[in-house]
Design a binder for this molecule. Structure first.
Ligand SMILES: *Cc1c(COP(=O)(O)O)cnc(C)c1O
Length: 411
């Protein structure tokens, strides 16, 4: 390797990203752009690799003992992946490091496997993303790990559920279908008092609106597929760890062979640079649409954490610095056919899974069948919206026609 480009000393052309005092928007721009990774180019290049060649057997053996952010083998990444991971770590004050995964689900499952062993109990929020729930019921169960689901609004009362085998508490705040906001500080305090690990799926708020590591959470999970990538064209997940959990996370990630392609890491890093400006627009437009929906007679309730009608709204006000573009609303009466008439005819909202891209999306969801610890009761069917970067008034006009179709079928 001697003399290769990665041996270049920082020459001042890269951007220093080691100023903890910089504000978040600055860190989004400077993060991960170390001189030895960029070589003076604004965006770190796509470094493709499986085999890495060493000068000698001795060098090959020496490298084995210290592989972090060093070329070792393609599965451990290249500067392209390290740069993205480093930029994500920089958004979470108090974090030790970040690892990347081929999807958000892979990030969730690897984080859980990093902290749980047979005989352990996991406390899982009842409003969790459905594939997260499913993993508890199949792979974890088969490996002797018991899951107990808890009310998303439990708060400090979670302490009463912590038993001798409870090892970890998993949060998702707000829930990505029903939007209950959790009391993260209270749950972290209860967990710490009993030596439990805390994990959170922070995909909705991102570290920009809820820096969870600073709140004492041990593992922060993002489906980067959503707002980090931001353009609906890459699958990616990340887990950011505290110093205490970093060795366990690395060990599980390496043992499971988790890695991402440099091309995908490049695209995700490119998306990350504009995440703050995109989120600001998603927030503004989503609030405008949510407030409009709230005033429509066909709408029973709007589940948006920034609106008082959302369970946990006071916690959102206390802990979050913003809201993203995803929320739900409950129709006033009507059945699935009436809801389908609303959604099928929408001109600007796509019908599809995922969210966080520049485009608006609408899906039907029926949370009642998913829950076990709490009962889902609503006045009518639920519609989940992702508000994209279109003009909010055009989206409102589209929804107004949708509500008219709903009314026509509901009667
Ligand atoms: C989409 C999503 C995931 C999973 O991410 P994928 O990249 O689609 O695997 C996890 N959690 C939440 C809250 C999500 O919305």
């Amino acid at each position: 390797m001697g003399g290769g480009p990665l041996d270049a000393e920082g020459d001042g052309r890269g951007v220093s990203d080691d100023r903890p005092g910089d504000r978040t928007d600055t860190r989004l721009v400077t993060g991960g752009r170390r001189a030895e990774w960029t070589q003076g180019i604004v965006n770190p290049a796509v470094w493709r690799a499986s085999t890495i060649l060493y000068d000698s057997v001795a060098e090959m053996r020496a490298r084995h003992h210290d592989t972090h952010e060093k070329l070792y083998y393609g599965r451990r990444g290249t500067p392209t992946q390290w740069s993205l991971a480093d930029a994500l770590t920089g958004l979470e004050p108090g974090a030790e490091g970040t690892l990347l995964y081929p999807s958000g689900v892979a990030a969730v499952t690897t984080a859980l496997l990093a902290v749980l062993k047979p005989g352990d109990e996991l406390l899982m929020v009842d409003s969790a993303y459905e594939p997260t729930r499913a993993f508890c019921g199949n792979i974890l169960k088969r490996n002797g790990i018991r899951t107990t689901f808890y009310d998303p609004l439990a708060g400090a009362a979670i302490a009463d559920m912590i038993g001798p085998d409870t090892r970890a508490i998993f949060m998702e705040s707000p829930g990505s279908l029903t939007f209950e906001v959790q009391d993260v500080p209270a749950i972290v305090a209860a967990a710490k008092a009993r030596g439990c690990v805390t994990l959170i799926d922070n995909t909705w708020a991102t570290p920009l609106y809820l820096p969870v590591m600073a709140m004492g959470v041990d593992l922060s999970i993002l489906a980067c597929t959503k707002y980090v990538v931001g353009h609906s064209d890459v699958m990616m997940g990340s887990v950011t760890a505290s110093a205490a959990l970093w060795p366990a996370l690395r060990a599980a990630t390496h043992a499971l062979g988790q890695c991402v392609s440099p091309d995908d890491a490049y695209l995700a890093a490119r998306g990350l640079r504009t995440m703050s400006v995109r989120l600001a627009r998603h927030q503004e437009s989503a609030l405008k649409v949510a407030r409009w929906l709230e005033a429509q007679p066909e709408v029973a309730r709007v589940l948006h954490p920034a609106l008082p009608s959302c369970p946990g709204h006071a916690l959102w006000q206390r802990d979050f610095s913003g809201a993203s573009g995803l929320f739900s609303f409950i129709l006033d009466g009507g059945d699935d056919a009436a809801r389908t008439a609303l959604i099928d005819g929408l001109r600007l909202f796509g019908i599809g899974f995922s969210w966080g891209g520049f485009e608006s999306l609408a899906i039907p969801s029926d949370p009642a069948s998913i829950r076990t610890a709490t009962r889902w009761q609503a006045e009518g069917p639920l519609v989940r919206l992702h508000i994209g970067l279109e003009d909010a008034d055009d989206l409102i006009a589209d929804l107004a026609e949708g509500l008219a179709r709903f009314r026509a079928v509901r009667g």
